[in-house]
Design a protein around this ligand. Structure first.
Ligand code: ADP
Ligand code: MG
Length: 249
């Protein structure tokens, strides 16, 4: 028997109050253990899609199924449970500034009852060591570089022991020299078998790490397939233009 996809979305539609159609009948699947990269021009609906998959945005229409369970749109109590399994990493880290690195990592697991304090502390320290930041456990986020903060944000998400991790442009706010460190952490998380959807303009990551590439424009999925196939032979002019634009930034 085949397993249900980790996440399956059908017919997602989101129209903002200003009339902008951010999602226009989007289907999206994420299979267990799969890494999917999502690319597309600014305003194409990538963030709205990814945020809809853990209930931070609520589509106006469509269906979302998580591990085979249909999750009613907008039913916040159920989505709070989903968010324990479907973690998210944002462009701007979103660490709590008044908490230490370690406190940032253990707050949700302990408060949500995922694990006891001692277990959460142990897991957090293991994860910090893994990304070379054990010495920063008691530092405040502001004492860390952007790249270090983003590595903390990634291991903070892992500290919940999620089944799926969603990333929204995790390296877009970083200096070129720190981007590589963050991509290496994401690569090692992917190698460990994490199910991941990653909005990114890092085409090297998309080509080498992702199993599948999804290209969005105007709130729609325009093309998807094996990353190398899409990047080397875009079928649509939209994707060809987008890739040319990225390369000449
Ligand atoms: P992307 O992440 O691909 O840049 P977004 O999902 O952020 O795209 O946005 C898709 C479209 O929806 C854009 O036109 C954006 O301006 C619009 N949009 C996003 N969030 C809101 C909001 N809260 N209110 C109104 N319009 C929004
Ligand atoms: Mg975005």
């Amino acid at each position: 028997m085949t397993e249900a996809p980790a996440i399956s979305a059908r017919g997602l539609r989101r129209v903002f109050g200003n009339g902008v159609v951010a999602l226009d009948d989007v289907d999206f699947d994420l299979h267990r253990g799969e890494v999917v990269s999502i690319v597309g021009p600014s305003g194409s609906g990538k963030s709205t899609l990814i945020a809809s998959l853990n209930g931070l945005e609520t589509p106006d229409a469509g269906e979302i199924t998580i591990a085979g369970e249909r999750i009613p749109l907008g039913r916040e109590r159920v989505w709070r449970r989903v968010r324990q399994e479907v973690g998210m990493v944002f462009q701007d880290y979103a660490l709590f500034p008044h908490l230490s690195v370690l406190q940032n990592m253990t707050l949700a697991p302990v408060r949500r009852g995922r694990m006891r304090r001692a277990e959460a502390d142990g897991l957090a320290m293991d994860l910090l060591a893994r990304v070379g930041l054990a010495a920063k456990a008691h530092a405040r986020p502001i004492e860390l570089s952007g790249g270090q903060q983003q590595r903390v944000a990634i291991v903070r998400a892992l500290a919940m022991r999620p089944k799926v991790l969603l990333f929204d442009e995790p390296t877009s706010a970083l200096d070129p020299e720190t981007i590589r460190d963050v991509l290496e952490v994401m690569q090692s998380v992917a190698r460990d078998g994490m199910t991941m959807a990653v909005v990114t303009h890092e085409l090297g990551f998309a080509r080498e790490i992702a199993d599948r590439l999804v290209f969005m424009a105007d709130g729609r999925v325009i093309e998807e397939g094996r990353p190398a196939a899409l990047l080397d032979n875009p079928r649509t002019q939209r994707l060809a233009d987008f890739l040319r634009h990225l390369l000449h930034r």
